[in-house]
Design a protein around this ligand. Structure first.
Ligand code: NAP
Length: 281
């Protein structure tokens, strides 16, 4: 029977320290580190995400400004807003919520965000630095995953790891970060042949797909660490990718959904805004 990794508790501990740091900055410098979030209407789950992020930011004492733009926002208007935020001294982090509507080119938008304020590693400058193993603002979900693994004292170096999912925001950067921590990494995706045989070899499995029940107990090696980043609403309940109850029997450590990776993600966002603030000041 595995240990359930309490992302919520670990995140709360980190947030308490971040809140203290924010209080200190405000007292000493009379400025509030502030995040600007841009959301272009259309995706209901994004709207819920942003609302939660805003709540947690405010609880921690971070400044938070949200721009809710209509679905028919023109690409050039979004670019103009980002350019304004790039030069504003009272904004330290910029987050553009994805997915964006189809008429807006996500890659183009990512390259407009000042890399020093790019708190979710969208900009190719940050993505390139991550690829090269250089210091940069790391993407929040993979950063939260690595932090959670380390919080439980789990060694990554020398381990065989698999990441299921290869998005630019979760899967690929997570694989890079595991590699930068000296794991031997396999990246799996929808065209991977025989996912089970890939995963059965691995000491660490990270799933970031969004398909409940994809990772079953027969795919998991005895004693593996299983991190579930997937989040899908099923009948009003949040579900991960992993068949939790059965995989718990085989894994040494496992994250629940909710209460695992999600809580860490928002906390890493706050940490990144502070990091951006400190780099900038
Ligand atoms: P995404 O862009 O849709 O990527 C999903 C990935 O899963 C793709 O690379 C896809 O492969 C792969 N995939 C699909 N079916 C598969 C299968 N049967 N076997 C293996 N791989 C398969 O999603 P995302 O933005 O990375 O998000 C992934 C999940 O994480 C979602 O559930 C999302 O809600 C969740 N998420 C959670 C947090 C958090 O804080 N907890 C944050 C962000 C995202 P192809 O590339 O071949 O299509």
């Amino acid at each position: 029977m595995g240990i359930i990794m309490d992302g919520k508790k670990i995140a709360e501990g980190i947030r308490a320290k971040l809140a203290e740091e924010i209080r200190k900055i405000e007292a000493e410098k009379a400025v509030k580190p502030t995040l600007a979030t841009i959301i272009v209407e259309g995706d209901p789950s994004s709207a819920a995400y942003v609302k939660n992020k805003e709540k947690v930011c405010i609880q921690t004492g971070l400044g938070s400004v949200t721009y809710n733009l209509p679905m028919n926002t023109k690409e050039e208007d979004l670019i103009r807003l980002i350019e304004e935020l790039n030069i504003r001294k009272d904004i330290h982090g910029i987050l553009v919520q994805v997915p964006l509507p189809k008429h807006i080119n996500e890659n183009k938008i990512a390259s407009i965000i000042d890399y020093r304020k790019d708190v979710d590693c969208f900009n190719p400058e940050n993505a390139g630095r991550l690829f090269r193993g250089e210091k940069c603002l790391l993407p929040c979900t993979p950063k939260g995953i690595i932090r959670l693994i380390k919080a439980y004292g789990i060694e990554i170096s020398g381990k065989k790891a698999a990441v299921v999912g290869r998005s630019n925001i979760v899967g690929k950067p997570c694989a890079m970060m595991l590699l930068n921590n000296n794991a031997t990494v396999t990246i799996c995706h929808s065209k991977t042949f025989n996912l089970k045989s890939q995963l059965l070899e691995c000491d660490i499995i990270v799933s970031a797909v969004g398909k409940p029940g994809l990772i079953t107990a027969d795919m998991v090696k005895e004693g593996a660490v299983v991190i579930d980043a997937g989040t899908t609403m099923v009948d009003g309940k949040l579900k991960g990718d992993v068949d939790f109850e059965k995989v718990l029997e085989k894994a040494s450590y496992i994250t629940p959904v909710p209460g695992g990776v999600g809580a860490m993600t928002t906390t890493m966002l706050i940490e990144n805004v502070l990091e951006a603030f400190n780099n900038y000041e």
